[in-house]
Design a protein. Sequence first.
Length: 151
Amino acid sequence: MGVHVIRSEFIVPRPRDAVFAFHADARNLERITPPWLQFHILTPTPVVMRPGTLIDYRLRLKGLPITWQSEITVWDAPHRFVDVQRRGPYRLWEHTHEFEDVKGGTRVRDSVRYALPLGLLGDLVRLLVVKRDVETIFAYRERAMLALLTA
């Protein structure tokens, strides 16, 4: 029942303030989430992002309806923020988003610490399905973000 980490990093050719502002608008999460997840924010928008903000979502994972609630636990604009799952399918889900000025734009760095329920069975599911799905979602997010922020 270990805690696992998935990381993603890429450069967006835009200033950090603009990239962070894009992330600060919770509605953009729908725009950078793969359509096959049928992801929708349930919390009325606009969402004021700050520590303690709760955001409710609905999505479908492998055809199963899932409700999810995240809490913003760290909000350090325009450098980083952290969202933690409060209700959802994971035993642990802590997603750190970091933004760094680099030559030519902004480095966007995501790091997710996660653990599944069900002990060894959960770890087997992680190896067979979850790790690949999360990596696919991150790859989609990168392509979508680049398309939206460089259009």
